[in-house]
Ligand binder design. Structure first.
Ligand code: LLP
Length: 376
């Protein structure tokens, strides 16, 4: 097997989607897969086949979603820095909704839609000032963050809205962060959104988008391969008190694809340092940047040996940066050059954040149904 390689288990992906659909449809909720988590074409096709919508943050993501078979009227488009070209693309494709993140953007979208003689459905993204309590780089809903309209901009936006003829406000959008395992944060968001909507009854809204953010179990992926969607959606159902006719939308990314992918890598060298043993592998932070960027811990196992895990290694990559480390003091069997390791829970924000730093090759990928079966 060529390494490093992303290996995806499409069976697990389908099972995960099915559970997410089953649990959300109890309440009539709508799901838009957050493409940024993993935009591999085969993954996108698999998700589109299950009729989920898509959440996009660039023009290229909108194109990838359409190519994979997502229907335009299920695509929503967010992002603090949309270019004119991207806004035009979204309007031309007749996507469901643009999430507006600033007052100035509102005016630009209205102008571009007017030029095209189209009335574009929009939602205002708001910052609920709720601390999701995750890593600071993936907490998005507190007031210091760049996301969403501030209170002043919102007041101004609502004031000028009647003068803007080419946009139609359908609702509000919230997203408080990612890898959230404390379900009470979602209950807080639902309560906040409900209170907020009660103040805007006169706008006759029919759309509420509460973003994504449900976390996965990085410590015990084998025990918990599918996130607890039942508990997640129930937290919203129990705490949302908005009118029944308002559609509720979600944007799950990590919770859909996180556990279905592993990064398979080969041991190049075993190096005995002065204080520790290093397993130098052929994957680097360019293939999977999460440990370097967020100090994320991914579980690592050896798939070429069935010996007991009697040793500990620092598993490090070949890149010229000290942060190019997948984990310290990782329990593993005694390793040799050529052994295969797999870094688990790498389906979300793994391949999609990979780069060619150090001019390394693009990470290839392969797909399995059951662990052994290959489908190319
Ligand atoms: N909706 C919006 C507006 C978002 O910004 C995000 C993620 C999502 C939905 C999907 O969130 P999820 O369900 O995946 O938590 N690269 C980081 C995560 C960045 C998340 C960015 N926004 C990581 O590897 O942990």
């Amino acid at each position: 097997m060529e390494t490093p390689t992303y290996r995806y288990n499409l069976d697990l992906l389908r099972q995960t989607i099915d559970v997410a659909i089953e649990e959300s449809s109890r309440y009539g909720y709508n799901l838009h897969y957050a493409i940024k988590a993993n935009s591999n074409p085969k993954i996108l096709e698999t998700i589109a086949q299950r009729n989920l919508g898509a959440d996009c943050v660039s023009g290229n993501e909108i194109k990838a979603a359409l190519e994979a078979g997502f229907l335009a009227n299920t695509i929503v488009f967010a992002g603090v820095g949309k270019t004119n070209n991207e806004i035009e693309l979204a309007i031309d494709a007749r996507i469901k909704c643009i999430h507006i993140e600033s007052f100035e953007e509102l005016l630009v979208v209205n102008q571009i839609a007017a030029n095209k003689k189209h009335i574009m459905p929009i939602a205002f993204r708001l910052n609920p000032n709720l601390d999701a309590g995750t890593h600071k780089y993936i907490t998005t809903g507190v007031s210091q963050n760049k996301f969403g309209l501030s209170t002043n901009e919102l007041t101004e936006a609502i004031r000028v809205l009647p003068t803007l003829s080419a946009v139609e406000l359908i609702g509000f959008h919230f997203h408080i962060g990612s890898q959230i395992l404390n379900i009470s944060k979602f209950a807080d968001l639902a309560a906040y959104a409900s209170k907020f909507y009660s103040g805007y009854k006169h706008l006759q809204l029919n759309y509420l988008n509460v973003g994504g953010g449900l976390g996965i179990d990085y410590e015990n992926p084998i025990l918990n391969p599918i996130p607890n969607f039942a508990e997640y959606f129930e937290a919203f159902a129990n705490n949302l008190t908005i009118d029944n006719h308002i559609e509720v939308h979600f944007e799950p990314g990590r919770s859909i694809v996180g556990q279905c992918g592993e990064l398979v890598t080969r041991v190049l060298y075993i190096k005995e340092g002065n204080e520790r043993s290093f397993a130098v592998v052929d994957a680097g932070m360019n293939n999977l940047i999460r440990p370097a960027l967020y100090q994320a811990k991914h579980s690592i196992y050896c798939e070429s040996s069935s010996n007991e895990y009697t040793e500990v290694y620092d598993v490090v990559g070949p890149i010229c940066e000290s942060s190019d480390t997948f984990g310290s003091a990782i329990p593993l069997p005694k390793l040799m050059r050529g052994d295969l390791l797999a870094i688990r829970s790498a389906g979300a924000y793994g391949e999609s954040m990979s780069s060619r730093y150090n001019l390394r090759s693009i990470t290839p990928c392969l797909f399995t149904l059951k662990q052994e079966q290959l489908v190319m």
